[in-house]
Design a binder for this molecule. Structure first.
Ligand code: GLU
Length: 472
């Protein structure tokens, strides 16, 4: 299903509530909105839904901004703070009052509770029906009140959802929800609609946990005679076991994925595929995603988080990313994991070595492990396994190799020939010689090939490392 042409330019948004870390599901929703807008030359906006002052924290807002920035989801203009718009929300509540689409309700909490209890006892719906709905304003007391919407009593509300299809609610399921509390603050339901309207949002793409809210929000659109956005409620992400994603499934926060060492390009690719498809394509670039992304490709059933798949894609992205971008990702990773920034020497070492580090590294820490030889300085401190590989026999072999390396021209062919010659003279397999050589050069058993390391380090540094290891 392709998107119908609309004469309104696309404007989407992500509207997270800053009440904790940035959830992976929020990141995916943000990504879908970003792709949809950016792929159509539209705008993508960010609104921080901090109406609930008690639960919202500046740290959580910071986490959202950091997560969005890391994922490369740039938004247009300033992030909108919902709480700063409370006066406008209240104005709309009063306008609805003036239009007769809302009314003042003076019921106290106790009265509402009593209503519910009675309804429960009689086995009736506990949706509150206020006696003030049809009261003559002349009878209004001088007392605190809330403003409630006048919900339609009969008929049905249909949400034409681009993912879920037409979803129908009997209007008897809609209550006269509160728009403005007695202290004059807006409810979430009012704030969302006013903000979406004022921000010119044309498409609301969000989790399907908000589907029922859409039916309630429609009442406000209708009463204000505002254009209703295109709705697209996407199924939530599930864990590998098919159950709703929760802490026991592992990482939920975007930043945890950054700290695990996935690149942002890999995350974008993976999250785009999580619940959306384009034929059998698994690995794709941002440009392709922007070109292909469409609401019609969003699946109706919840996608399952699959770390193996993410790792696989991540490896492919690392291999495909250009060196400069990758180093910027590495720098961001080190900052996010409280590691020292790269020194100039490390930076240039990485640049030289990148060609032999990129392949087969699934994450940035895996790449950095392989890069140890170029990030560290002499004297190399071998880890346990490498130290064991540097016994006296092995050191003897390295000592024998050293003059060959001194005289070899520093090319892959010449180095391979030099090592092969010594191995042959000793009656050793190449691998047997490579082991102590790797231990002396890298101090690690995971590294690029010894020849790549020698080429990257150059003759002097290589020979110095062999000599440090006692091989000369
Ligand atoms: N603030 C809501 C949330 O974080 C999103 C509201 C919306 O997208 O309409 O779940």
């Amino acid at each position: 299903m392709s998107d119908p042409k609309s004469d309104r330019p696309v404007v989407t948004r992500i509207a997270p509530s800053p009440t904790g870390f940035m959830h992976i599901g929020t990141a995916r929703t943000a990504l879908f909105n970003w792709l949809y807008a950016r792929g159509r030359g539209g705008k993508f906006l960010l609104r921080i839904e901090d109406t609930d002052r008690a639960r919202s924290t500046p740290e959580a807002t910071e986490a959202i901004l950091r997560g969005m920035t890391w994922l490369g989801l740039d938004w247009d203009g300033e992030a909108v703070s919902q709480s700063a718009r409370a006066d406008r929300h209240a104005d709309v509540a009063h306008e609805l009052l003036a239009r007769g689409a809302a009314y003042k309700c003076f019921a106290t909490q106790d009265e509402i509770e009593a209503f519910r209890e009675a309804a429960r006892a009689e086995g009736k719906s506990t949706l509150y029906r206020s006696p003030w709905r049809d009261a003559d304003p002349a009878t209004h007391p001088d007392a605190p009140f809330v403003i409630r919407i006048r919900a339609p009593l009969g008929g049905a509300t249909i949400i034409a959802d681009r993912v879920q299809g037409d979803v129908r609610w009997g209007n008897d399921q809609l209550d006269d929800m509160v728009l403005l509390r007695s202290d004059g603050t807006p409810t979430y339901m009012l704030a969302v609609v006013v903000d979406d309207h004022d921000m010119g949002i044309t498409h609301v793409i969000r989790g399907d946990d908000h589907l029922a809210n859409a039916a309630r929000q429609m009442m406000i659109y209708d009463a204000m005679e505002w254009e209703v956005p295109v709705w697209a409620h996407i199924p939530l992400i599930h864990g590998p076991d098919g159950k709703k994603l929760s802490k026991r499934h592992g990482a939920l926060g975007v930043e945890e994925y950054q700290r695990m060492g996935f690149t942002s390009a890999a995350m974008r690719n993976y999250l785009t595929r999580l619940g959306w498809s384009h034929g059998d394509d698994e690995f794709f670039t941002d440009a392709q995603a922007l070109d292909w992304f469409d609401l019609g490709g969003i699946g109706k059933s919840p996608a399952r988080l699959d770390l193996k798949k993410l790792e696989n894609l991540s490896g492919q992205h690392i291999a495909a990313t250009d060196d400069g971008t990758l180093i910027a990702e590495i720098a961001a990773f080190r900052a996010a994991t409280q590691q020292d920034p790269l020194t100039d020497a490390q930076h240039s070492g990485l640049m030289r070595a990148m060609y032999c580090l990129k392949d087969r590294a699934k994450t940035i820490p895996e790449l950095l492990e392989k890069a140890h030889f170029v990030l560290t300085e002499r004297p190399i401190e071998p880890d346990e396994k490498s130290a064991a590989a540097l016994d006296s026999v092995s050191r003897g072999i390295l000592a024998e190799l050293t003059p060959h390396l001194q005289n070899a021209s520093w090319t892959r062919e010449a180095l391979e020939a030099a090592v092969a010659e010594v191995a042959e003279a000793r009656g050793l397999k190449l691998g047997k010689l490579a082991q102590p050589l790797r231990a002396a050069i890298a101090g690690r058993s995971v590294s690029p090939s010894v020849f790549d390391m020698m080429l990257v380090l150059g003759r002097d540094e290589t020979i110095a490392r062999l000599s440090d290891a006692g091989g000369a």
